[in-house]
Write a protein that binds this ligand. Structure first.
Ligand SMILES: Nc1nc2c(ncn2[C@@H]2O[C@H](COP(=O)(O)OP(=O)(O)OP(=O)(O)O)[C@@H](O)[C@H]2O)c(=O)[nH]1
Ligand SMILES: C[S@@+](CC[C@H](N)C(=O)[O-])C[C@H]1O[C@@H](n2cnc3c(N)ncnc32)[C@H](O)[C@@H]1O
Ligand code: SF4
Ligand code: SF4
Length: 355
């Protein structure tokens, strides 16, 4: 067990490896209306009770502590599926009232998004990321186990039209299912001005079906795209972001890279083969108010029980700092390696952690 946070560790959410978490990811719910194969089992999971999940006022208080005392500079709302929370718009409005300058983004599967974009924007949401693994009805339904592609596409367009851009799209590539679709998905995205990111599948599925051999790697993704496109590193600083970004140009037979116009940007999130843990700036709060210092943490620290027992903001801030001090170096361990022999997949699925 590593030593506890020393008195002189400094302000904010610092850890033993010299990182400072400024990017807060907050799960609003563990519930979801899709059943993506890389995340949830077909039958779903046993949902948390309403009482177990943070209320709107508890969320607002916790975010207030993060921003006001601990140096949180940006907030991402996630889940489960944040849109299934009935008080979502009220939560965002209250957060915005308290933190006029805070970037507040949301990651969503886009189901039912189209009719909510106007209130979300009006409440103060800054921008949105939507998961979209396929443009083909059949493939989409196979991957998500639900026939909602049209709703997701309508949601993406509506988000852009409502000014919730830049709209980023997340696609997890699965071998033999949607990997061959990578170039057409990218062509579709750049044509509309969306930033597509391809994501390496991580071992966070409730079914525990992940294998290193079967996952599509970042190198394969670059290769898959290279027939149609030329990718060159995006000159903008990566700044701790999971996605490595590339400028996208169409490959024209007989011409070299850089000759055609830049069509847009693509990101590759290579959590497995090209990890970015040494630059990690994340702190996570699960829907039931537990601090997870890393996506793969096996240790969680309860903030909500403390809050409900009447703790002061000082006590809560200290608990959060203590938890973050113990943040693992990478992938829940003291070294990188989601395929290392000592890696143990967390009991929680991505949906239950808050992706
Ligand atoms: N290894 C690792 N991967 C993460 C982490 N957080 C998110 N991811 C992966 O990154 C993907 C994209 O996350 P998003 O929620 O869309 O947001 P983002 O890319 O972090 O943020 P922006 O680019 O600022 O919009 C997720 O689907 C995960 O697969 C993390 O803390 N560690
Ligand atoms: C857990 S979901 C929560 C938000 C929302 N339900 C959605 O799907 O966008 C957040 C992100 O995690 C990604 N994700 C889920 N399981 C994953 C896995 N095993 N490996 C990599 N990314 C995963 C999804 O593709 C999605 O972009
Ligand atoms: S990835 Fe998102 S949409 Fe898909 S099952 Fe998980 S929480 Fe739901
Ligand atoms: S695996 Fe853990 S340390 Fe690595 S980037 Fe994700 S949250 Fe940060």
């Amino acid at each position: 067990m590593p030593a506890a946070r020393p008195a002189g560790a400094g302000v904010g959410l610092v850890d033993r490896y010299g990182r400072r978490a400024t990017d807060m990811r907050l799960s609003l719910t563990d519930k979801c209306n899709l059943r993506c194969t890389y995340c949830m089992p077909a039958e779903g999971l046993e949902w948390l009770s309403k009482q177990a999940v943070m209320s709107a006022s508890e969320i607002v208080r916790i975010v207030g502590i993060g921003v006001g005392r601990l140096g949180v500079r940006e907030l991402r709302l996630t889940g489960g599926e944040p849109l299934v929370r009935h008080d979502l718009v009220d939560i965002i409005a209250e957060l915005r009232r308290n933190h006029p300058e805070l970037p507040i983004s949301m990651t969503t599967n886009g189901v039912g998004l189209a009719k909510k974009v106007a209130p979300l924007k009006a409440a103060g949401l800054t921008r949105i990321n939507v998961s979209l693994d396929s443009l083909h009805e059949e493939t989409f339904t196979k991957l998500t186990r639900r026939p909602f592609l049209d709703q997701v596409l309508a949601g993406v367009d509506a988000a852009w039209a409502a000014g919730l851009g830049p709209v980023k799209l997340n696609a997890v590539l699965m071998r033999g299912i949607n990997d061959a679709e990578a170039p057409s998905l990218l062509a579709w995205a750049v044509e509309r001005g969306y930033e597509l990111r391809f994501i390496e599948q991580m071992p966070l599925d409730a079914d525990h079906g992940w294998t290193r051999r079967n996952m599509i790697t970042a190198a394969e993704i670059r290769d898959l795209l290279s027939t149609d496109f030329v990718l060159t590193p995006d000159p903008r600083a990566r700044d701790g972001a999971p996605a490595e970004r590339f400028e996208v140009r169409r490959r024209v037979a007989g011409s070299g890279a850089g000759l055609g116009p830049v069509l847009g940007t693509v990101g590759i999130i290579a959590s497995v083969t090209e990890p970015f843990c040494s630059d990690c700036r994340r702190t996570r709060i699960t829907a039931e108010g537990r601090i997870m210092s890393c996506l793969f943490s096996r240790e969680e620290f309860d903030l909500l029980v403390l809050l409900r027992s009447g703790a002061s903001d000082d006590d809560l801030a200290r608990r959060w700092q203590d938890a973050m001090w113990l943040k693992p170096k990478a992938h829940g361990m003291d070294h990188v390696g989601l395929d290392a022999p000592d890696f143990v997949q967390p009991d929680r699925s991505m949906s239950a952690i808050g992706g």
